[in-house]
Design a protein around this ligand. Structure first.
Ligand code: G3P
Length: 216
């Protein structure tokens, strides 16, 4: 499983988000790999209409229809075509009570959740919440061009995989090549979450193909 988090990178926003989404679709079609993307709320509907690959939101708020200004409504994320959402990403941290309320809303509307954790302690504390996936991302390696979670924290990946269980751990932060993917999978991760390697790449399609090779 490879999921690219588009964040708010210029190369992954608006029309560029649709173009980059189509690049991911092409590689998914070529390889048969699970390749997903996580896009900004405003891009969600247009991207879901442009591609068939799984599209994830970057965040939802624990609200329902009504007088809520400036929030992300779970029902609309679902209606837009998203399969699920990230939650508690290091760049969008939430209180525990908000996480629990958001998980409840996601389940009510049929959205899967990738619950992000910054360290092994958070991974352990999130298991009881039973999200669909837990994404372990050490913040210090996010955006790094040198060290990745696979090269910098292999022992934590192994520990987290045991805590989370088979097929439920995703890892990210500094993932940039097939070796990072291969190592993460060998250590027990089910997939990887990445951003800057793809959004900064001269040739994102070539890089995606390289990353997919690491899955096998
Ligand atoms: O959600 C994934 C992201 O935080 C990882 O960022 O740029 O290190 O791949 P990056």
């Amino acid at each position: 499983m490879i999921i690219t988090n588009f964040k708010t990178y210029a190369t992954a926003t608006g029309k560029a988000a649709i173009d980059l989404a189509k690049t991911h679709q092409d590689v998914a079609d070529e390889t048969g790999a699970y390749i997903g993307i996580s896009v900004q709320a405003i891009d969600l509907m247009a991207v879901c209409q442009a591609v068939k690959i799984p599209v994830w939101a970057q965040h939802i708020d624990p609200i329902s229809h009504g007088s809520n200004t400036g929030h992300v409504l779970p029902e609309l994320v679902k209606e837009a075509g998203a399969v699920g959402t990230l939650l508690n990403h290091s760049e969008r941290r939430l209180e525990r009570s908000v996480i629990e309320a958001s998980l409840k809303r996601a389940k009510e509307v049929g959205l899967k959740v990738i619950l992000c954790a910054k360290d092994a302690e958070e991974v352990e504390s999130f298991v009881e919440l039973e999200p669909d996936f837990i994404a372990y991302e050490p913040p210090e390696f996010i955006g790094s061009k040198d060290i990745s979670v696979a090269t910098g924290k292999p022992e934590i990946i192994e520990k987290a995989a045991k805590l989370v269980g088979q097929g439920k751990l995703i890892v990210g932060a500094g993932v940039k090549d097939g070796h990072d993917v291969e190592t993460s999978i060998q250590l027990g991760a089910h997939g990887v979450l990445l951003a800057s390697a793809i959004t900064r790449a001269e040739d994102p399609k070539a890089l995606l193909r390289y990353l997919v090779n690491g899955l096998s």
